[in-house]
Design a protein around this ligand. Structure first.
Ligand SMILES: [Fe+2]
Ligand SMILES: [Fe+2]
Length: 457
């Protein structure tokens, strides 16, 4: 049965393609209604559709397009209306008039011209208007978020299901292991002490890379060392004062996950080629490594369902992948052990990052995240139970995955690269003893030592 709501969106939502975004989302969800710019700077309107579709629509309104900065979405149920067709965006003509007048008279403020032109771009020939847009945007509206400035052309649906006449659904080839709530909550921040030169090299390389990622993704480091120490000790109660906004987190997630999927693929590929070239067994490492990169890509695709990266972020991802792939490729040929240790350290940071997000959500610093639900792609991939599908739950799943990568790579870094079997693909003589597993039943954050998994020889 249909439901109708009226809604009001507060924040920086006018002149940022917000209504075009609302139209796009409403249309894809079969929601009818309208959106308009109100005089008080908000966007308001009404929406009607199936209750589940309306819930999703409200979630999209909370996120908004990348140029918007949504502070609050209020909505309430109203009477259903009959015979409404489609979802309309009103009043772009007044913006067009304002802009034209402004340009002609050369007496507009920088912001209003930028806003008006951005509204126009959603409605008129994009190709013809783009040079003007770039020119005026530079003159009129200084870029506020370097990483999300796409969007002259409106929001696109990311990876819609391909239209294959005979295929109904494509399932993931690697089903995700089941994690319990207790297991995920038990994931902890941890650090493996560097013991050898190879460890120190890996740790230094990771810190260098992390510095680059922080700068590129606009990460705000924690200024208050005491708070950071407390948060590292206990992420659930520790307080970090310089919390990032939801949008800044989203940019960081997308950038980090796009890089995180590289090392497993490089290592798996090289071991695959080595096995064929030397006509030797690989002892089960390749599958785990490829599955890790698949899992990282699922993290990325999940975030891509929630935010649209701008051209600058896309450029950064492109550059980072080029550098990181080639660096890993060459270094894995020289010292695979050091590379696994390096990834182990990188995943330690990932666990820390997601723990910080969780503590920020729990401390009420990320209200938008607190209201958001996991997208369908995530619900299906992680088999999220019906009452555990919030953004917090999603971050819990992802953090648990990162803790698994941390453990796997530290463990692989402890092994004989050429001869040892993959402990995560092995059957043990005594299965009752704790041993490496694919899920997180036995957690060993700093990795399993060789003697404990392979045994004394
Ligand atoms: Fe990840
Ligand atoms: Fe990871």
């Amino acid at each position: 049965m249909s439901k109708r709501i009226s809604y009001k969106v507060e924040g920086d939502v006018q002149g940022v393609n917000y209504r075009a975004f609302a139209v796009k989302q409403a249309t894809s969800l079969n929601v009818t209604g309208h959106a308009r710019n109100a005089d008080d700077g908000t966007v308001e309107g009404e929406a009607q559709g199936e209750p589940s579709a309306l819930d999703k629509f409200v979630q999209h309104l909370q996120m908004g397009p990348s140029e918007a900065d949504v502070k609050k979405v209020d909505h309430k149920e109203i009477t259903v209306r009959d015979g409404e067709k489609g979802f309309q965006s009103n009043s772009y003509t007044s913006n067009m008039m304002n802009c034209t007048r402004g340009i002609t008279a050369n007496a507009f403020t920088k912001q209003s011209a930028g806003q008006a032109l951005r509204s126009l771009n959603g409605k008129i020939n994009i190709a013809a208007s783009r040079p003007a847009f770039i020119h005026l945007q530079q003159q009129c509206s200084p870029p506020r978020r370097q990483f999300s400035t796409t969007k002259v052309m409106g929001i696109k649906e990311f990876f819609p299901a391909p239209d294959a006449p005979n295929i109904k659904l494509t399932e993931p080839a690697w089903p995700h292991p089941v994690y319990s709530q207790e297991q995920m909550e038990a994931v902890a921040i941890a650090h493996r002490q560097a013991k050898t030169w190879s460890d120190w090299f890996a740790l230094s390389a990771m810190r260098f890379l992390r510095f680059g990622l922080d700068v590129a993704s606009g990460y705000k480091p924690d200024k208050h060392t005491k708070d950071v120490a407390a948060a590292k000790k206990n992420p659930q109660t520790g307080v970090v004062k310089s919390a990032m906004t939801e949008r800044q987190w989203m940019i960081r997630f997308i950038f980090l996950e796009s890089v995180a999927g590289v090392p497993g693929m490089v290592a798996g590929m090289l071991r695959h080629l080595h096995s064929m070239r030397r006509m030797k067994r690989d002892n089960g490492w390749i599958e785990t490594l490829l599955e890790e990169s698949y899992n990282e890509r699922m993290h990325l695709l999940t975030f891509m369902k929630m935010a649209e990266p701008g051209w600058f972020l896309r450029l950064m991802v492109l550059g980072a992948q080029g550098v990181f792939f080639n660096g890993m490729f060459l270094f894995y040929l020289v010292s695979p052990k050091t590379c696994h240790r390096f990834v182990g350290y990188l995943e330690e940071e990932a666990v820390y990052t997601y723990s910080r997000v969780l503590s920020d959500i729990d401390a009420g610093k990320l209200p938008m995240f607190s209201q958001m639900q996991a997208p369908d792609i995530a619900v299906k991939y992680w088999n999220m139970p019906e009452d555990h599908r919030s953004m917090r739950d999603l971050i819990l799943y992802i953090r648990a995955d990162e803790s698994k990568h941390r453990e796997v790579n530290h463990t692989l870094g402890n092994l004989d690269q050429k001869n040892d079997p993959n402990p995560y693909n092995s059957k043990y003589k005594d299965e009752s003893q704790p041993h490496p597993v694919k899920d997180i039943a036995f957690q060993n954050p700093t990795g399993w030592e060789r003697e404990d998994v392979i045994g004394k020889q």
